[in-house]
Design a protein around this ligand. Structure first.
Ligand code: FE2
Ligand code: FE2
Length: 284
């Protein structure tokens, strides 16, 4: 890694100024390493944190998870999976910022999570929850760049406009890195499993994924489909092409893609209502 990029990595990853992580994470981490610990025990720890509990219940009841109507933390944990709950806890402060400051990006993330879930179920892939969470977190690097590189943001925005670039190309031109790589760094520093960090780091370049190319391909495709649907605001004004590698990896064909798009369009109406509900709750 050249000097400029590694300096930037240090600034971006400066833990003293990263959004604070709740102490509940350490407790959850130590529990999940112990096979004997039960979901109930974890649920007890999570329940002590009201904000996190609310967030977990909201997500478990969101359209991304198919309207299961979950009212207890332990059921939500069973539905979402322990890893999802852990990454939610990790990202909870980030989402607070996202909900307040960038409704468009929050909707883009929620939409991508929904699309990723639909694709994963349609293709009968394992670990749908993890794929959905990777979709939810895929652009987390944009939030971090916004926080840590505020001075360079006008330059990046200018580049996007004047040179007609995708966000990630403009980020690379100005910062020598992009939000996907930054998201990868962040998820590593949060000790998220590779099955989440790889799709986050490689969603704009499927070829860079090594061990989780299927999950990465799903998140890439979900991101493209959500951009094409016009739902939310990713910050890009153009829809990028679906990468051939992702297409091949998922064994897609036109008919299957059409089915996914139709299902997604239906679901997005529900997601939009859910997002409006969240936005009005944040204002209240
Ligand atoms: Fe992205
Ligand atoms: Fe995106």
């Amino acid at each position: 890694m050249d000097e400029r990029r590694s300096d930037l990595k240090k600034i971006i990853m400066d833990t003293k100024t990263l959004p604070t992580l709740p102490g509940v994470i350490n407790k959850l981490n130590s529990l999940s390493n112990d096979d004997k610990s039960s979901v109930q025990e974890m649920a007890r720890i999570v329940s002590a944190d009201q904000v996190l509990s609310a967030r977990i219940l909201r997500l478990a009841n969101s359209p991304s998870y198919g309207f299961y109507r979950v009212s207890t933390i332990s059921n939500a944990m069973i539905l979402l999976g322990v890893n999802v709950v852990k990454s939610l806890a990790l990202s909870s402060s980030i989402f607070e910022i996202m909900e307040k400051n960038s409704v468009g990006l929050w909707e883009h993330s929620l939409g991508t999570a929904t699309a990723a879930g639909i694709i994963a179920r349609k293709l009968a892939l394992p670990e749908v929850e993890e794929i959905t969470t990777a979709g939810l977190l895929h652009d987390i690097g944009k939030v971090i760049i916004g926080l840590k590189c505020a001075e360079q943001m006008p330059l990046i925005r200018n580049k996007i406009k004047l040179d007609d670039l995708y966000i990630s190309d403009a980020e690379r031109a100005v910062l020598d890195t992009d939000h996907a790589e930054v998201g990868g760094w962040l998820s590593k520093s949060w000790f998220l499993p590779d099955k989440l960090s790889e799709p986050i780091a490689c969603h704009h370049n499927v070829a860079c994924s090594e061990d989780h190319r299927v999950k990465t391909s799903v998140v890439h495709l979900a991101d493209v489909l959500i951009k094409a649907s016009g739902f939310g605001d990713s910050g890009d004004s153009y829809v990028p092409p679906i990468q051939q590698l992702a297409w091949d990896q998922l064994k897609l064909d036109e008919a299957l893609l059409q089915e996914i798009v139709v299902e997604l369009e239906d679901k997005l109406v529900e997601v939009k209502n859910f997002s409006l509900e969240l936005a009005s709750a944040a204002v209240a």
